[in-house]
Design a protein around this ligand. Structure first.
Ligand SMILES: [Fe+2]
Length: 466
């Protein structure tokens, strides 16, 4: 046996090969070394105070608001009464205006052996911009009063602060995430929620009581500031084995969005303008291929975005396109193939997704050169591309996604398997400050942060801007 065939030489060659491999492939960003105390994620018991039913006969519960039109002059107020329909009226007023009344409507649904309460939806419109409104729902002894602040008029340099929460669920960790968001000194004014709300479908027969408990849990935030909804896979509630074959039945009865205002034909994809941002919500679980309603809508929608009016173009979806965890890996790939060239063409600033129960921020990359025969299929740095952020770390009972693909791919700038939320703080037409906040830290701590330079007004490299 010659030297080349000796076991010693083979071992040296293997080690050298591995080292070379690491040197070539390990060109990604940072994988955080933060060490968490490993604890099982546990759902909050039904008798916990965060789920408390408001006192009084037929008292309104699960109060929540979302934007009610295209530009932020309307709000959809929703709530549930358990015992009887009661009133669908919302009484509202500002410090400058008299009390007005808006009349809503009531819906109910059945799901297997569950019958919903009376779900009220009321559009409160023609509001003044940048104004604090008080509102009341309910009648007699069980009137409940809340307030919200309308956004400033849509315009290019209007500062505005968005919170980002995904995959929240109703565990003790979910409660920590919501508390951290509420106590964050950057003070989010509207939540962009990237899907997977209650996780009721993880309970036997998709126990819809857990949709009600979730509604009561988040009321403390969403009754006072709008949450912009994205549908996730846990909203599908498709269970033909128990006779439930209508996708999104509980979600679409409970959470209304202003989809018609942006010309959408379904509530699962739509857009809104808010302050200096144009927010497009996409549906990972509705058809998105060529000729589908969503495809046609998005094709017509993107050219309508006027960056002189709304410089910040933000897309929300549930299933991420760029994800380097070994969970839900490449599930967003087919939608990426369909829409990514448009995102580059129209210079989307940021794409926020959930689904993966961890945190990840990408470089500005695109992967649009491939055409079946040319073999060019590696993401490349692209200053016209968005930053992709996975913020599915709200804290639901399924626990954290801790297993990552190694080595960290070049497209991944920062990743960490911890629960938390993020803030996208728009300063003006050129700059927005982004920060991610992990639940273990103090409320003001930014575990990851970055300045975003607007892709239309200031399209220079912002990869090192933190
Ligand atoms: Fe999901």
């Amino acid at each position: 046996m010659g030297l080349l065939g000796s076991p010693f030489f083979v071992a040296i060659a293997v080690v050298l090969g591995l080292l070379l491999n690491v040197a070539i492939l390990c060109n990604g960003g940072k994988t955080s070394t933060f060490v968490r105390k490993v604890e099982k994620t546990v759902d909050i018991p039904l008798d916990s105070d965060v789920f408390a039913v408001p006192s009084g006969y037929n008292a309104p519960q699960q109060v929540h608001i979302t934007q009610g039109d295209l530009e932020g002059k309307a709000v959809i107020v929703s709530w549930v009464t358990e015992d009887e329909p009661g009133s669908s009226k919302v009484r509202y007023w500002s410090e400058k205006s008299k009390k007005k009344v808006a009349e809503g409507k009531v819906v109910t649904y059945k799901y297997f052996n569950y019958t919903s309460g009376f779900i009220h939806h009321c559009i409160v419109g023609n509001l003044e911009y940048n104004t604090k409104y008080y509102y009341e729902v309910g009648i007699g002894h069980t009137i409940r009063k809340f307030w919200f602040v309308t956004p400033p008029e849509v315009g290019p340099d209007v500062p505005y602060t968005f919170g980002l929460i995904g995959d929240l669920g109703q565990s003790f960790d979910s409660n920590k995430t919501l508390t951290h968001y509420e106590k964050n000194p950057r003070k989010g004014q509207t939540v962009l929620f990237v899907g997977d709300l209650s996780y009721a479908d993880n309970y036997p027969n998709h126990d819809n009581v857990r949709w009600d408990t979730w509604g009561r849990f988040v009321e403390r935030s969403v009754a006072y500031q709008p949450w912009i909804w994205t549908a996730g896979n846990h909203e599908i509630d498709f269970a033909p084995e128990i006779g439930e074959a209508t996708p999104f039945k509980p979600y679409s009865h409970r959470y209304h969005v202003p989809y018609k205002a942006s010309g959408s034909t379904e509530p699962f994809w739509y857009s809104i303008k808010r302050a200096s941002a144009y927010i497009i919500v996409l549906a990972s679980y509705s058809a998105y291929g060529k000729y589908t309603p969503q495809y046609q809508w998005l094709e017509e929608e993107l050219p309508k975005v006027n960056r002189t009016e709304t410089p910040w173009l933000i897309v929300l979806m549930h299933s991420p396109w760029y994800n380097s965890y070994n969970y839900h890996y490449m599930e967003g790939e087919t939608m990426r193939v369909m829409y990514e060239p448009w995102f580059v063409q129209y210079k989307v600033d940021a794409v926020f997704a959930g689904h993966v129960h961890a945190y990840e921020r990408s470089e500005r990359v695109s992967n649009i050169a491939y055409n079946v025969v040319n073999g060019i299929c590696t993401p490349v740095k692209d200053q016209s591309a968005p930053v992709y952020i996975t913020i599915g770390d709200g804290g639901n009972l399924e626990g954290l996604a801790t297993n990552m693909t190694e080595p960290q791919p070049a497209y991944s700038a920062y990743r960490e398997a911890s629960f938390g939320h993020a803030i996208f703080d728009v300063k003006n037409r050129t700059h927005a400050h982004y920060s991610w906040h992990r639940n273990q830290d103090g409320y003001a701590v930014e575990a990851d942060s970055k300045w975003f330079f607007n892709r239309y007004w200031h399209p220079v490299d912002d990869s090192g801007a933190d």
